[in-house]
Design a protein around this ligand. Structure first.
Ligand code: GDP
Ligand code: MG
Length: 728
């Protein structure tokens, strides 16, 4: 089965084409750095299965950052049969730079001229025939986000794959950049040295190696130096570089780059004509003069963020209430019809409230993710990074670090992976260590739950926004701290690229929401379900298995029933009885023992007056949240034993009701709880990703430890400051 790799610059539409070809639904966004790992999928063309691999974008094959190295090392593997070079037609010249290097791999190639809609709107005309002839491969016009041109692309891929007979060189006669006599002479000498080690030239030509080595591509240099001809090769590289610099007056990477740009410019001049290039650019320029304005930029960003979170909080409430009512009905029906016993208790007191209290937040999370995806697709998020760039510089980071932070608003795990685009190791580590402070969508339920229980609607929305702002502020401040302590030195210069604004395809936004929603539901059915079961067990045993207690409960129940009270009155008494016994069981449970051991740790911010016997429950919920932050709410529902039904006409859910009436929590301690949830340890999935990306147990441990310390301190300060301001 042939393997086909999609290669191209960042943000040229590779992932859109990949999704279109394979039916996958990977993340697309109108900014560079969205894809940071390779992913593969299958497509069937005329009965032939083809494997398609989507790669991170890269401007050149000699690049240094982790994601770009993933792309370049994959492309030079023998297993790649066809390269589909995706080109942004509205930016052809710049995109062709990479093409010049890809051509040097001398593999069968297909060229997807993507963003054709933009190019046409800008008045660009491309002579496809001529381009195809000059590049030595089929050129197909595509519009990735609308799935146009995919059939032609598939046919071209199949044709290229079938012609990739290893016995003959399919790209014979295909163009190559002419570097001039001096350079070509040195390339030949160097290629000669490389050929001494047959392993090197088994799949890649001597010329390819020579060019990479002169350019100083890190992977190539490392591999060549490790070979048995390494010493001779290094000497020749040094000699050639010295010769060329002496003769041509510039260093080798610059010389090669100049020739390549020349080639790209010439090619564009040959095949493309442009009429009225201005209109499109004008709109982008006009929008940018406002949105990236030095003065207005940050206020506008804040207003947009406030709008997004207010929308999540206010609109999300309606479907949330509806799902909540459904869960209440399920609970009551189950309680009324299942025979009393331990299994019923598991359902009624554990699984239904635990999972149900989390699932009600599904709509809010989907709304948030829809908004973020929409903003990403328009290109606004790239502007947000650009605006923040200046602020980030003050703090020793740059805009490139802001991209992972923004991605973290969905989930911190991919955000940490997204730091692969950052070249300097110190910059990258700082970003990894601060990324978990950005509030992810899993923390949203905690804020909505507590803000809804303890604040008026408008204050509540404000508290939710404040948590997100605080997350960014802490991330940036922690970045500064790490820069001056562990990771001294300058950050590398970086220019944020500003792609043109685009109108998002609503289908993509909807798909994205759906995708996030289903991930969340899957989590509810697995991790949160397991968490709720475990917490139910820990908070009901040994009491629930105590026969004497069960018998006592039964006797009292029968006593009430014997009174023959009116139905409503009897039900109320029975409910009260039930509630009292559940409380007794809980207070002597394993969870209570554990929670009470931890209680002193949390006391300064959860129970500053020592007036909350129930405060240990919050500690249990926060501990459970280490596994996944969604579990915090699920655990609260189980340990705070919400009565199933909210009183008639109440504005709040049963859990919120129970928190307000029975838990002893105040608005101030609720706020401290939110702050702690925001800052303390990353969830297990994120910790795993930190370990994977830093390959360091020490830094992973540090990340958990300083998160907890910082979270504790800030939650405590919240209480101290709140009391100084006169709040109870
Ligand atoms: P990648 O970084 O190369 O993987 O690019 P993506 O697939 O993530 O796409 C980048 C942005 O361009 C997204 O906002 C896409 O919706 C958009 N896009 C992709 N292909 C086209 C196209 O042909 N025309 C237009 N106008 N936009 C496109
Ligand atoms: Mg991509």
């Amino acid at each position: 089965m042939p393997t086909v790799a999609l290669a191209g610059n960042p943000n040229c539409g590779k992932t859109s084409l990949f999704n279109g070809l394979t039916g996958a639904r990977h993340h697309v966004g109108n900014w560079p750095g969205v894809t940071v790992e390779k992913r593969s999928g299958m497509v069937e063309v005329d009965g032939v299965s083809v494997e398609i691999v989507d790669l991170p974008g890269t401007y050149s094959l000699s690049a240094q950052s982790e994601d770009e190295r993933i792309a370049s090392s994959f492309l030079s593997q023998p297993g790649v049969d066809v390269i589909v070079n995706v080109l942004d037609a509205s930016n052809l010249e710049r995109n062709l730079y990479l093409t010049t290097q890809l051509l040097e791999l001398r593999k069968p190639m297909v060229f997807a001229l993507n963003m054709m809609d933009d190019a046409v709107r800008q008045g660009l005309e491309v002579d496809m025939e001529a381009l195809s002839r000059l590049l030595g491969g089929r050129v197909v016009a595509t519009v990735g986000n609308r799935k146009e041109g995919l059939d032609d692309l598939k046919a071209a891929i199949l044709q290229a794959a079938q012609n990739s007979d290893p016995a003959r060189d399919p790209t014979q006669g295909s163009p190559r950049v002419a570097y001039g006599d001096d350079i070509e002479g040195e390339v030949r000498k160097l290629a000669e040295e490389v050929r001494r080690d047959e392993k090197l030239t088994e799949h890649l030509s001597g010329r390819w190696w020579a060019l990479r080595l002169l350019e100083g591509a890190r992977d190539a240099v490392e591999q060549a130096e490790a070979s048995h001809a390494g010493k001779a090769i290094r000497q020749q590289v040094e000699a050639s570089r010295a010769f060329l610099e002496g003769h041509l007056g510039d260093d080798c990477p610059t010389l090669l780059a100049e020739r390549r740009y020349g080639f790209a410019r010439g090619l564009v001049a040959e095949v493309a004509t442009r009429r009225n290039a201005k209109a499109e650019r004008d709109l982008t320029d006009r929008l940018d003069s406002v949105l990236t304005n030095r003065v207005l930029g940050i206020p506008i960003f804040l207003v947009i963020m406030v709008a997004v979170y207010t929308l999540t909080f206010v609109i999300g409430k309606y479907p949330q209430d509806a799902i909540g009512a459904g869960m209440g009905w399920l609970h009551d029906t189950a309680a009324a019809h299942l025979p009393p016993g331990e299994l019923t208790s598991l359902f009624v007191d554990g699984v239904i409230p635990g999972v149900g209290s989390v699932v009600v937040f599904l709509p809010s999370i989907m709304i948030l993710m829809g908004c973020v995806s929409f903003l990403e697709d328009t290109g606004y998020m790239a502007r947000a990074a650009f605006i923040m760039d200046r602020l980030m510089h003050l703090m020793g980071l740059h805009g490139k670090s802001f991209i992972p932070l923004v991605m973290g608003m969905g989930c911190n795990t991919p955000a940490i992976q997204a730091t692969r685009t950052i070249e300097a190791k110190s910059d990258r580590f700082i970003t990894i260590l601060v990324a978990p402070f950005v509030s992810c969508s899993a923390r949203l339920p905690v804020y909505i739950l507590l803000a809804g229980a303890f604040f008026k609607p408008f204050q509540g929305a404000l508290a939710v926004v404040a948590m997100h702002v605080l997350g960014f502020v802490v991330a940036i401040a922690a970045g500064k701290f790490l820069r001056v302590s562990f990771f001294r030195g300058e950050n590398t210069p970086f220019v944020m690229e500003l792609p043109p604004y685009r109108l998002p395809v609503l289908r993509t936004t909807a798909l994205h929401m759906w995708e996030k929603g289903s991930v969340f539901l899957r989590k509810a059915g697995t991790v949160i379900f397991a968490g709720a079961t475990l917490v139910w067990f820990l908070s009901n045993y040994p009491g629930l298995a105590d026969r004497a207690l069960t018998a006592e409960r039964q006797t009292q129940k029968e006593a009430i029933q014997a009174q023959k009270l009116p139905e409503a009155e009897e039900k109320e008494k029975l409910d009260d009885l039930d509630f009292a016994y559940r409380g007794r069981i809980m207070n002597s449970s394993l969870a209570a023992r554990f929670g009470k051991v931890l209680q002193p740790v949390f006391r300064p911010f959860l129970d500053p007056d020592r007036r909350r016997p129930e405060a240990w429950k919050d500690g249990v919920a926060l501990t459970a949240g280490f596994v996944a932050k969604e579990i915090v709410v699920g655990t609260m529902a189980v340990v705070h034993q919400a009565k199933a039904e909210a009183p008639e006409g109440a504005e709040t859910t049963p859990l919120q009701q129970s928190l307000r009436e029975n838990s002893g929590m105040t608005p101030l301690t609720a706020l401290a709880f939110m702050v702690f949830t925001l800052i303390y340890t990353p969830c297990l999935g994120t910790v795993g990703m930190i370990l994977k990306e830093t390959r360091s147990w020490a830094w992973t441990g540090f990340s958990v430890g300083y998160g907890i310390g910082l979270g504790w301190t800030l939650a405590w300060l919240t209480v101290v400051a709140g009391r100084a301001l006169g709040f109870a």
